[in-house]
Design a binder for this molecule. Structure first.
Ligand code: DAH
Length: 365
């Protein structure tokens, strides 16, 4: 369009001025950067009037060359300057349009994608696992569907022990298979002793099952932590020190433990272990003005059972009881998390409302 055949004529002021005017008009009209490139190609490209005029300069007589060269050079310079200016304006306009189109209305409601939370029991199990692995203990696992022999017999439960009653234990059909849902994590002690070389230092966190009511303080499925150390020269002092360390790591340095004599078939002597109440530190005892909900003003909270491993248990696993001795302990994790967090109802732990886990921040502390 508007191209002129320059081969026949020498560019002159009028023809160059006309070409510049046409070019500037096309540049001014370009509404997009793409249209501007097209205008540049058409009016200042190699095959445009000005492009060809530029090429023709070399063939002119020397006396014409200087004037025509100046004329064409200035014309092309003007066109290029106009292109650059228009390019800048178009780029700015295009950016403004893009920003406008992609504008985000921060006042609009956003889609909610609520995050989950680590369950407080999981958090506590991991924490306890960390405390023991830091001391060089290993984590041992056992199945939830367990052989009756491992759950009871090997742990020195007599054949008529009440824990074996159907009212307490969930047996699994067929009866002759002698399988049950483990009632405690203690069978992992036997598995660890049968599978590992001595000395053995293991903790075993896991689910246990009992034919219990489902209410604020009982769940038919709950969690225990089992601990077992078998080595040469193990004594009650080692047990006491280990439980004290666990209590302090979980509840703080100012926490004490105490042991009360008790009976378990698989430990001798046996004890129940209590924690000094970490809320009132015993100050609620005999002090009606300062009642404590956490320990019911008793100053101590029942935490679990423990003792020196009964030599009969070691012997059942083929261990020389003249050389080796051990200690064991077991405690309920759900209860520990419950009183650690002042959670009043154990059912909240299993009802799956993420607000509960989030309120404890997935943090068992
Ligand atoms: N297994 C016991 C229970 O379920 C807890 C327990 C007591 C475990 C004493 C032990 C222990 O290892 O030594 O009540």
């Amino acid at each position: 369009m508007g191209q002129r055949d320059v081969s026949a004529e020498v560019p002159n002021e009028a023809s160059v001025a006309e070409a510049v005017a046409t070019a500037l008009a096309a540049i001014a009209q370009a509404a997009t950067t793409a249209e501007l490139s097209a205008a540049k190609y058409e009016h200042n490209g190699d095959k445009s009037f000005l492009g060809l005029a530029n090429r023709a300069i070399g063939g002119l007589a020397p006396d014409e060359r200087k004037a025509v060269g100046l004329l064409v050079g200035q014309a092309r310079g003007a066109v290029n300057a106009a292109i650059a200016e228009r390019a800048e304006a178009l780029a700015a306009a295009e950016l403004a349009a893009k920003l406008q189109a992609e504008r985000v209305d921060v006042t609009l409601p956003v889609a909610q994608h609520p995050q989950g939370a680590i369950h407080p029991i999981t958090a506590m199990l991991e924490r306890v696992g960390d405390i023991f692995t830091a001391m060089g203990w290993e984590i041992a696992e056992g199945p939830e569907l367990e052989a009756s022999w491992l759950n009871f017999d090997a742990l020195n439960f007599t054949p008529d022990h009440p824990a074996r009653f159907l009212s307490d234990t969930l047996f699994v059909d067929p009866p002759e298979a002698n399988k049950l849902m483990r009632t405690h994590t203690s069978p992992v002690q036997i598995r660890a002793l049968l599978e590992r070389d001595l000395p053995v230092y293991v903790v075993s966190p896991g689910k246990v099952f009992r034919a219990d009511e489902y209410d604020a303080t009982h769940l038919p499925v709950f969690h225990q932590l089992e601990g077992l150390a078998v080595d040469k020269g193990i004594s009650l002092a080692n047990l006491r020190g280990t439980l004290d360390h666990l209590a302090k790591a979980m509840f703080g340095d100012d926490i004490d433990t105490r042991m009360r004599p008790h009976y378990f078939p698989f430990t001798e002597p046996s004890a129940e272990v209590d924690l000094k109440c970490f809320v009132c530190h015993g100050e609620s005892v005999g002090n009606p003005d300062r009642p404590c909900r956490t320990c019911r003003s008793e100053g101590w909270i029942e935490w679990g059972g423990c003792g020196i491993v009964n030599p009969r248990v070691l012997a059942a696993c083929g261990i020389d009881t003249d050389v080796y001795s051990g200690f064991a302990f077991g405690m309920g994790i759900d209860r520990t998390v419950m009183f650690r967090n002042n959670a009043p109802d154990l059912r909240d732990f299993v009802e799956g409302d993420v607000r509960f886990s989030r309120s404890l921040k997935g943090d068992a502390r």
